[in-house]
Design a binder for this molecule. Structure first.
Ligand SMILES: [Zn+2]
Length: 300
């Protein structure tokens, strides 16, 4: 009896040592500068906290060493989750005071600000999971969206997101691909092949879905989805309403067409309480400082 117990304990010690060694090894193998610190904290948690009851905040912001960096721990929230969906258009020098432009240097400052504040950027699939299960992969979450499929989204925004390891979702007007200031099919394919980038629908002709007939709205939503599905070999799941215009029937038409989420330009944080096909967004115009940017998205 005593021997069995001793044997069990030594087995446990060997197993723990194995886990510890493996995690330390993972730290060395990690190439990012921030990761070793995070992983180190996680190792500490595991050893000290025998009951495994790490605080929610800690667990949410600390990826497990045994999982790939992209796999986050999802934590159920006790209160309904609300989070900012940021809305950008042009990432370029401001032309004629147009608020749809944010200079690349300013955009980079905003992305670095998000990163330093501990924000996790969501993919469309992750945003859907947050909204339908009320669980989240980190304490602070944000969804970055870019409307209209401009060339500068590919040339200026994407490299910054890539450099910072952040995700972005780009809404394409399928009938305007390759137009003057819009991305070409080659750019769309390049974006699709880049980790963290998602391409979703912004209709075929950028029509007013609030005024379009049911037949027209159905065509705009299904045709643009088919185009993206075929070109990018994906299941396009988000529709972003042009100029934020929609009516009581739009959500139903979108759902019938196979979409899972619909984005508006109604200001505010996104919440499932508003309906999955009428989600609020936060418009980002040029001229922000790090602090005005953070307070705009509700981070005080
Ligand atoms: Zn638009």
């Amino acid at each position: 009896m005593k021997k069995t117990l001793l044997f069990s304990i030594s087995l446990l010690v060997v197993a723990l040592a194995g886990v510890l060694f493996w995690q330390l090894f993972s730290v060395k193998a990690s190439q990012t500068a921030q990761r070793p610190i995070k992983v180190g904290r996680h190792v500490k948690n595991k050893v000290i906290n025998k009951s495994g009851t790490a605080s929610k905040k800690e667990a949410a912001s600390t990826p497990a060493a045994s999982e790939p960096a992209t796999e986050a721990k999802w934590i159920k929230s006790d209160t309904p989750i609300k989070f900012p969906i940021l809305m950008y258009h042009h990432i370029a020098d401001v032309v004629g005071g147009n608020t749809l432009f944010v200079p690349a240097s300013e955009f980079k400052m905003e992305m670095e600000t998000l990163k330093q504040a501990g924000y996790y950027t969501l993919s469309p699939e992750e945003a859907y999971r947050v909204l339908t299960t009320n669980e989240k992969p980190a304490e602070k979450i944000v969804w970055l969206t870019f409307d209209d499929g401009y060339k500068n989204a590919h040339d200026a925004a994407m490299p910054i997101l890539k450099e910072l390891g952040m995700k972005g979702s780009f809404f394409i007007i399928s009938g305007m691909v390759g137009d003057e200031d819009k991305m070409t099919e080659a750019s769309l394919l390049d974006m699709k092949a880049t980790t963290g980038m998602a391409l979703e629908s912004h209709t075929v002709h950028h029509v007013d879905l609030g005024k379009a007939s049911t037949a027209d709205a159905t065509m705009e939503l299904t045709t643009s989805k088919q185009y993206l599905d075929q070109l990018l070999k994906q299941k396009t799941s988000v529709i972003c309403y042009p100029s934020g215009r929609y009516n009581d029937g739009t959500g139903h038409i979108a759902e019938q067409a196979g979409y899972k989420l619909g984005l508006t330009t109604n200001p505010g944080l996104a919440s499932s309480a508003d309906g999955l096909f009428s989600l609020n967004r936060v418009r980002i115009s040029y001229g922000h400082t790090a602090s005005s940017f953070l307070s705009l998205i509700g981070d005080h």
